[in-house]
Write a protein that binds this ligand. Sequence first.
Ligand code: URA
Length: 200
Amino acid sequence: MTVIKTEFDEKLEQVRLECMKCEKCSLCHSRTNTVFSGGVPNSKLMLIGEAPGYYEDMKGEPFVGKAGQLLDKILGCVGFSRKENIYICNTLKCRPPENRDPLPEEKAACKEFLDAQVNILKPRIILLCGRVAVNSFLDTKLGITKLRGQWFEGPDFSKMMPIFHPSYLLRNDSREKGSPKWLMWQDIKEVRRVYDQMNV
Ligand code: URA
């Protein structure tokens, strides 16, 4: 089989290779792997999380731990999967020690990779998963509870929606109306509705 490489593939691969050898912040000393992305690059839908945790750092893939398994389940309920139609990445590409919050200088150092991913892939819908991802794109002091479920204008006329982080859902078990899990379900159904309306 002949694999045809497009300009798009080559640009993305170049960024990935640069990211792999990045030493722009001190996280490069403690990482096992950089975690660039998962899923399908040519997707209308991109999800941006916070930073790799233990399992992601070990495997070099985003959202493969418990939170990731829950995320896959939620996405799967509305027909999204990383094998078919979603691209997944993080705000930081390297794991912060003990999963502490990313530092401003780490986010600043990593932003060029995230921006490159968004600019090259040009997703139509961007899900900002949790507070850290939200703060990378929206200049607001409002918390995720106030912002989740709302549409914002993103780069290149994309639509961006803040959603809860799956780790937060793991800590809140209720599925009752108004609970974080229930709200996430409303949000993901809304994402699917808008996705289906886009004929790109
Ligand atoms: N949490 C994140 O935000 N990203 C991951 O890849 C894993 C856990």
